[in-house]
Design a protein. Structure first.
Length: 112
């Protein structure tokens, strides 16, 4: 089993658990260079808020930038009166950038 098939299997298990959830999903995507996050409402099928570290020109490492993305999305969610979300880590293992982003979102005031 290779890396992409393992991630696809984990992603399917995560999505199956979130199928009947009333809370918006906090979806994480990480590329080689950047971290992206979206707050998505499954009822309407629309993105509520989004954030990434593309415009972050600091010399910080990727884990620190991910934490900043988490606090930024939490701030945007709280402006729209959203406090509880379902964390969709998109099949990624919960460590490194994904864990840092989740910690930043929790510090920003989101609950999941």
């Amino acid at each position: 089993m290779n890396k992409s098939s393992s991630r696809a299997r984990r992603h399917a298990k995560i999505r199956a658990r979130m199928r009947n959830n009333d809370k918006p999903r906090l979806i994480v995507f990480k590329s080689v260079k950047y971290n992206y996050v979206q707050l998505f409402d499954d009822k309407t099928g629309k993105v509520i808020a989004a954030s990434s570290d593309i415009k972050d020109n600091s010399k910080a490492n990727k884990v620190d930038k991910a934490k900043n993305v988490g606090t930024d999305i939490a701030k945007k969610a709280l402006e729209k009166n959203i406090t509880e979300v379902a964390f969709d880590r998109n099949g990624y293992k919960y460590h490194g950038r994904v864990k840092s982003l989740a910690d930043g979102a929790r510090e920003g005031g989101l609950k999941f």
